[in-house]
Design a protein around this ligand. Structure first.
Ligand code: NDP
Ligand code: MG
Length: 401
């Protein structure tokens, strides 16, 4: 059977890499639907090359842009609109596999809908789990969905599990795991003198030494908010308490993460820092297929280094551990405030060092109350409230500078 794939966020970094892997295996998989937000010309070219049957665009204006960009003889694909369009392709009966690669909490609703429809979900987006892991994971479990982590660290840890522990939404940690060890490159500012951090620019923050990624996650990698989100993501994916998740800085980005077992063994997954490896793993699981990633020459690597993260340099990582230990509301606030702060930093409205300040302030404000977060609506309301607080505080900071 040919696997039919829907890519949510096909024009992004993960989306493009997913198309690259799929194109290498026309005998095994094909694209059914693609979605994009602003890059309509790119979407038209992707849909043409992959012969997509459906595309999703945000609104009528984007729809007109897409039609204008469709300069091909092939019939234009069916165009669906907005959030309903995203949910419809994520749950479409013609789709087996949903690659969830929209950035931010915008991915939550279609990814959750895919879980509720019992799809095979390749989860690149981490913000959905951070904000709503307590709703998403039961939805996977209750509807027989298959969840495969694509984030390279989680994919690595998944690969280091015995087959019997490769469960889509476990209720408890696998019995013999002592610790999950996430590796972090330390990003572009790993060795920068801390007093210089406040003057760094978006271009410098997006210039990751090892990985090529979208702008939001690139800034997240520089601040290590990304690693913080990944700690929370690991908590949900592997049902692991925060106390058994640790982070080590590993500048080479060759060991993608590790699992430590009771007997003292540490299993690691190594490879080139190229997302096509975890994407190919997810697409072909439980088999393996060519991904286009070159083989790694261990002899060229020289040495592999590991060191503890410095919380004074990377306060966002500490904020994430604290949020996970504190409450779901704090995790929602952390994620939402980070999205706002990163957007404002990329627009040069605030300084790099303001990102952590905005997150901390938003969590403090949110934690003044308690919340019932059992429904998706309540999560989205708190996400919106956190964004308002973060926006407001960010404006007050930008007027000071
Ligand atoms: P990009 O910014 O490169 O791509 C994001 C995609 O989402 C684009 O297709 C974009 O459309 C679309 N999009 C953006 N906003 C919206 C919205 N509001 N509604 C619908 N679609 C939207 O991001 P990445 O590919 O880097 O990352 C995607 C996700 O994967 C993130 O959650 C990230 O944390 C995670 N991830 C990424 C890794 C990487 O190497 N890049 C590694 C591990 C995880 P358009 O471009 O048309 O505007
Ligand atoms: Mg990662």
């Amino acid at each position: 059977m040919i696997q039919s794939v829907c890519i949510l966020g096909s024009t992004g970094s993960i989306g493009q890499n997913t198309l690259d892997v799929i194109a290498r295996h026309p005998d095994k998989m094909r694209v059914y639907a693609l979605t994009a937000f602003s890059r309509m010309t790119a979407l038209a070219h992707q849909a043409h090359a992959a012969k997509a049957q459906v595309v999703v665009v945000p609104d009528d204006e984007a729809c007109a842009q897409f039609k204008a960009a469709w300069q091909f003889e092939m019939t234009c694909p069916e165009i669906r609109l907005g959030k309903e369009g995203l949910i419809s392709v994520a749950t479409d009966s013609a789709v087996h596999t949903v690659m969830a690669a929209i950035v931010g909490v915008a991915c939550l609703e279609p990814a959750l809908a895919a879980a509720q429809a019992g799809k095979r979900i390749l989860l690149a987006n981490k913000e959905s789990l951070v904000a709503a892991g307590h709703i998403f994971m039961p939805a996977v479990r209750d509807n027989g969905a298959v969840l495969l982590p694509i984030d390279s660290e989680h994919n690595a840890m998944y690969q280091c599990l015995p087959t019997e522990a490769q469960i889509s939404a476990p209720l408890q940690p696998y019995k013999t795991i002592e610790r999950l060890i996430l590796t972090a490159s330390g990003g572009p500012f790993r060795d920068l003198e801390p007093r210089l951090l406040q003057a760094v620019t978006p271009a410098q923050a997006c210039n990751h030494p090892n990985w090529s990624m979208g702008r939001k996650i690139s800034v997240d990698s520089a601040t290590m908010a990304n690693k913080g989100l990944e700690v929370i993501e690991a908590h949900w994916l592997f049902a692991m308490p925060a106390a058994q998740i640790s982070v080590v800085v590993h500048p080479q980005s060759v060991v993608h993460s590790m699992v430590e077992y009771t007997d003292g063994s540490i299993l690691a997954q190594l490879g080139q820092p190229d997302m096509r490896t975890p994407i190919a793993y997810g697409l072909a699981y439980p088999e393996r297929i060519a991904s286009g990633v070159g083989l790694m020459d261990l002899l060229q690597l020289g040495s592999l280094e590991f060191s503890p993260p410095d919380y004074s340099r990377f306060p966002c990582l500490k904020l994430a551990f604290d949020a996970l230990n504190s409450s779901q509301a704090a995790c929602i606030a952390l994620n939402a405030a980070n999205e706002i702060a990163v957007e404002h930093f990329l627009q040069e409205k605030i300084r790099y060092t303001d990102i952590a300040t905005i997150i901390a302030h938003t969590i403090d404000q949110i934690e003044k109350q308690s919340y019932d977060l059992t429904t998706l609506g309540a999560v989205l309301d708190l996400d919106a409230e956190s964004r308002r607080i973060a926006e407001c505080y960010s404006h007050s900071l930008s007027s000071i500078h």
